[in-house]
Design a protein around this ligand. Structure first.
Ligand code: GCU
Length: 688
């Protein structure tokens, strides 16, 4: 192997190849165009050689930075030619891969491109070294591919260390201070880079007292994380409290239009960049679920976001401002309020007022990461605003890493959704900056992270597939979830040396492909959402939220179920969508079955497009969901002795629990609706 080029991330590429050679044989040389920051040669490595000097012996793989200098002679003639019809710049992270005359070549214009090119080869495996491959350019569709950790430095009395975290303690923080396991943190950076993630926020959006100080006197802890993750191309961001000028700066106000407040943010941000020059920016949850914000001072979200954006702009930073804003102290008796409307009502009127380095971060659905929601209407409503769509890799509402639930099919449905109807742009197009009627304005894909200090990273070994798929879809939102799953399977499970080589792949597809829809079947029906236990969001609690202040109701009674969000007779939420969706969702006849109860209150006898009544659909899907979990468990059992024993045991244990929990869901939901409606199951199955 020859690695050619200079820079921190080229050093990383070199170290990766050294490590691979140490494990599998082979030899790596390094040549440098310009000054190299390479350290002393490591095991199996030759020292950097001056530009132009040929590597000793035949070369199978060249990873080279293009630049003003000539490429090393090991790059065969023809390998440097641009692919047909695509000679555009590769950008900061893109790469070109090809195989010519028996040499595999990866070329990039910037160091990060070489790193992503290397991981691309790892994904290809042996295929990267057979036959010739025409040159192909690869560039990330989305510039920022970000994970938000909801980690607390100190253990929080209600939320524990990781809010909605199901993989043990925090990977970043331990006992109120930094996690000392630096190898683990480096490995995490490596793992994220291999998926394509390039930004991370290291603390919870609910910023408590200790965590607020990461911005000031505990900044060294953040700088340390940035140092560990930088070699893998990952920029560190921080969740900050909007009240920071008061709680940290001792000012009497955090009013965004007050000069003292502006000066405080400017100076604080200057110090952050003095310590972390490539710091990513701030993530803010303001005026939401009790977090402070500009409303206290009679200012709006644009005033608040632009204040921070101003402080960050001169350093190249961004502010992610969350649109998850709603009244969390409402009265369930008041039918005029609708939580689903809140983000649009707060933010759509502000379109065009946000600074260019503000990214408005919108949850994919209008309520809260439910297994089934319509796509948020905010996306279509704010063409003049840079957007991030926020997904939840951590399985808060999808089984908490006890249930196998592969989420990529859900995310792909969101990314493929056309907010203005076919044939207009998809959500993926919007984020990728495909120009529409408005000027090009690209956005980010962000997700709440699912990693902790668990031995298997994610608690459930199969939940790693979600982490992997998130990174891959953020790099290329047009990928097929099943193909992404194949990649993950091949990278994660070595092919069995005995028996059927296809067994592992087939079993994992059988367990995971349909697992999100299976989860949907045995939980809340037809998009109604939130029939979950209100304490931990795990397991059923059909009426758990029904008379609470949180605004998530299903309104089931003896006659029917669902939320009337129509303009004609309901909350008017359907009017937040442009046509055709405003009409499709308004009409119970045209509304897709899976969202019927999100938009309409219907009688139990209402006949779905599928031909069955709502009540019979509830019974059928809940029986089917449990059967499917049973089948998943049986399939996994066949991998005993084929995959690593520890992995097998952990997954088997979790599938047992998933089955127990799915039965509980089935029985509580079916019994609830049987008692409300009095309608028996047409197939005479046992309902308690
Ligand atoms: C959900 C979740 C909270 C979280 C909030 C958010 O409501 O349950 O723990 O703080 O989302 O996204 O801010």
């Amino acid at each position: 192997v020859l690695v050619h080029g200079a820079g921190l991330l080229v050093d990383t590429v070199f170290a990766e190849v050294v490590r691979a050679c140490a494990g599998h044989g082979g030899r790596v040389d390094r040549s440098a165009a310009g000054p190299s920051s390479a350290a002393a040669p490591e095991h199996g490595a030759a020292p950097p050689r001056p530009e132009g000097e040929p590597a000793a012996g035949p070369v199978d793989l060249v990873l080279a930075l293009r630049g003003p200098h000539p490429l090393p002679p090991a790059v065969p003639p023809g390998a440097a030619a641009a692919p047909a019809g695509d000679d555009g710049p590769l950008g900061d992270e893109g790469f070109l891969s090809t195989r010519v005359d028996g040499v595999t070549v990866v070329l990039a214009d910037a160091p990060a491109g070489l790193l992503y090119g290397l991981f691309h080869l790892v994904r290809l495996g042996e295929a990267a070294f057979t036959g010739d491959r025409p040159a192909r350019a690869h560039r990330p569709a989305l510039r920022r591919r970000m994970l938000d950790h909801w980690d607390n430095v100190a253990v929080h009395p209600d939320m524990g260390q990781v809010e909605r975290g199901y993989a043990g303690g925090s990977i970043f923080w331990h006992d109120g201070g930094p996690n000392g396991d630096r190898d683990r943190l480096r490995a995490y950076g490596r793992l994220l880079a291999a998926t394509g993630v390039n930004a991370i926020s290291v603390n919870n959006v609910n910023v408590h007292a200790t965590e607020a100080r990461l911005l000031t006197d505990r900044l060294d802890d953040v700088a340390d994380l940035a140092d560990l993750l930088r070699p893998y191309g990952i920029r560190v961001h921080l969740s900050v409290t909007f009240a920071a000028p008061v709680v940290l700066g001792g000012l009497p106000t955090a009013d965004p239009l007050d000069d003292r407040v502006r000066d405080w943010w400017d100076e604080t941000t200057r110090r952050v960049y003095a310590r972390i020059p490539d710091f990513g920016g701030y993530l803010v949850k303001a005026d939401s679920e009790g977090q402070p914000g500009p409303a206290t001072y009679g200012r709006d979200h644009a005033d608040g976001a632009n204040l921070l954006a101003g402080a960050l702009a001169r350093h190249g930073g961004v502010v992610h401002w969350r649109a998850f804003v709603y009244d969390h102290r409402r009265d369930w008796r008041d039918r005029s309020i609708d939580r689903a409307r809140a983000a649009y009502d707060h933010f759509a009127p502000l379109d065009g007022r946000f600074a260019d380095n503000v990214v408005l971060q919108v949850k994919y659905g209008p309520v809260d990461f439910q297994p089934r929601e319509p796509v948020s209407p905010v996306i279509a409503a704010m063409p003049a605003t840079r957007l991030a769509v926020e997904l939840q890799v951590t399985q808060e509402y999808t089984g908490q890493q006890w249930h196998a639930c592969y989420l990529a099919p859900l995310w792909s449905e969101v990314l493929d959704f056309r907010p203005w109807g076919p044939p207009e742009r998809t959500v993926a197009d919007v984020l990728a900056g495909v120009p529409g009627p408005e000027p090009r304005r690209d956005g980010d894909l962000v997700a709440v992270a699912n990693v902790g200090d668990d031995r298997f990273w994610c608690g459930h070994p199969l939940a790693q597939a979600n982490l992997y798929a998130f990174g891959r879809l953020a790099w290329d939102p047009y990928l097929d979830p099943a193909a992404v799953l194949d990649e993950w399977i091949d990278l994660t499970f070595p092919a069995p040396t005995v028996g059927d080589p296809a067994l592992v792949r087939e079993t994992l597809h059988a367990v995971l492909d349909d697992s999100w829809r299976t989860y949907e079947r045995y939980t809340a029906p037809l998009g109604v959402g939130f029939m979950v236990d209100p304490d931990g969001h795990y397991g059923p609690g059909v009426d758990g939220y029904e008379y609470s202040r949180w605004g998530t109701y299903h309104y089931a009674d003896r006659d029917g179920v669902g939320v009337d969000r129509t303009r004609a007779t309901g909350t008017g939420f359907t009017g937040q969508y442009p046509p055709p969706w405003s009409q499709v969702y308004e009409s119970p006849e045209r509304c897709p079955d899976e969202l019927l109860l999100f938009f309409h209150h219907v009688p139990y006898g209402h006949v779905l497009h599928s031909g069955v009544t709502v009540i019979q659909h509830i019974y059928d899907t809940h029986f089917a969901g449990v059967e499917q979990v049973g089948a998943m468990r049986d399939r996994w059992g066949r991998l005993a002795g084929v995959v690593d024993q520890g992995v097998h045991d952990r997954v088997a244990e979790r599938l047992d629990e998933q089955l127990r929990c799915a039965i509980e869901w089935r029985d509580q939901i079916n019994t609830y609706f049987f008692r409300k409606s009095g309608v028996p199951d047409a197939r005479g199955r046992r309902i308690y």
